[in-house]
Design a protein around this ligand. Structure first.
Ligand SMILES: NC(=O)c1ccc[n+]([C@@H]2O[C@H](COP(=O)([O-])OP(=O)(O)OC[C@H]3O[C@@H](n4cnc5c(N)ncnc54)[C@H](OP(=O)(O)O)[C@@H]3O)[C@@H](O)[C@H]2O)c1
Length: 316
């Protein structure tokens, strides 16, 4: 950033390229092993300058992938608005160096067309997302969750048509069960829009994508896998080892409930933290390394409420 506040990306941003980027399944796309998620900390309630500092730090250190969704905020939509402002203020000259994703699938607007997996919802939602983010297209668009009541063909054909319309370059699915993943893989392959990536919650405390065979299926089929909440929303860091800080997600947000922090979990976290310290690293770094070491994991999608957190997380 120069004196006038005009952002110029660091000339050294790709210095760590040999170890930073990983191929996403059997596609042509390389993703950074650490990607940045804008679920929390980038909404209308958060200071813009901090969002700006964190995203600058990320891009200056080779993080090319930013992950959003229609309802990230709070309020809903405002993380995408923040990102649109960042595009206007800073990132427009770097558009082709960025890999931006968004999603639709959870509740976004009232009435029958603002939720789940209909063609009506996905198409309308992406239109809105592009306007908020001030983009002509996203690099990746996801069905954010499996909809048991909408035919899978309808959701998947909407993804195919979104690519055909040029509004997304690639498609992904998130939070779909294994059988749905298999169906999506076959359907999308048949329609020449191969499934680029699966986004699932994977961390040392929650290994469902491994236990359910999802990670293994992606690995075998050449589909990328990106782990969300790799730090279990902050549990797998030093954040809660000595109480609940007032500025933490657990204190501020209903998405991480105080009840999860049982004495048993705290004891387990303290043991993991001591193990990490013996290995010369932080608990967050240990958790991210564990994640990136699993066969089939392309990238971990971290959140951060400060530059210092992201800086620590990138040292893996
Ligand atoms: N597909 C889906 O359904 C889905 C669901 C959830 C998330 N996601 C994606 O995954 C992204 C990441 O999710 P997440 O935010 O839950 O990830 P996370 O990395 O597990 O948790 C991030 C939180 O952990 C704390 N933290 C991070 N680094 C730290 C460090 N070094 N030391 C201490 N605390 C640290 C911060 O909490 P404080 O705020 O308390 O400082 C931060 O907000 C989201 O932004 C979104 O893009 C997708």
């Amino acid at each position: 950033m120069d004196l006038k506040g005009i952002y110029t990306a660091s000339a050294n941003r790709y210095d760590g390229s040999e170890t930073m980027y990983r191929r996403c399944g059997r596609s042509g796309v390389l993703l950074p092993k650490i990607s940045l998620g804008l679920w929390h900390n980038f909404g209308g309630v958060n200071p813009y300058e901090r969002s700006r500092d964190i995203t600058h730090y990320a891009f200056d250190h080779g993080i090319t992938h930013f992950d959003l969704a229609n309802n990230y905020g709070p309020p809903y939509g405002t993380a995408e608005e923040t990102f649109g402002r960042l595009m206007d203020d800073d990132f427009r000259p770097y558009r082709d160096e960025l890999f931006i994703s968004s999603k639709a699938g959870y509740d976004m607007w009232p009435g029958p067309y603002g939720n789940w997996g209909s063609r009506k919802y996905l198409m309308a939602s992406l239109e809105q997302s592009l306007k908020r983010m001030k983009l002509d297209y996203v690099d990746l668009f996801y069905s954010h969750r499996f909809d048991p009541l909408t035919p899978m063909e309808e959701t998947l054909q909407a993804l195919v048509d979104i690519v055909r319309q040029g509004k997304a370059l690639y498609v992904g699915i998130s939070n779909w069960p294994l059988e749905g993943l298999k169906f999506a893989d076959e359907y999308l392959r048949r329609h020449d829009v191969p499934l680029l990536i699966y986004q699932g919650r994977l961390n040392m405390l929650n290994r469902e994508p491994m236990e359910q065979g999802i990670l293994d299926y992606c690995h075998r089929q050449g589909i990328g896998f990106i782990s969300f909440s790799p730090l279990a929303q902050g549990l797998l860091t030093d954040r809660y080892l000595n109480g609940i800080p007032t500025d933490s997600r657990m204190a501020r947000n209903f998405n991480l409930k105080k009840e999860v922090l049982t004495p048993e979990l705290l004891e387990r976290l303290r043991k993991l933290n001591a193990e990490a310290a013996r290995e010369g690293e932080t608990l967050a770094q240990k958790a991210l390394k564990w994640n990136l070491a699993q066969d089939g994991v392309t990238s971990v999608l971290v959140g951060a409420s400060s530059v210092a957190q992201l800086e620590q997380n990138m040292k893996v």
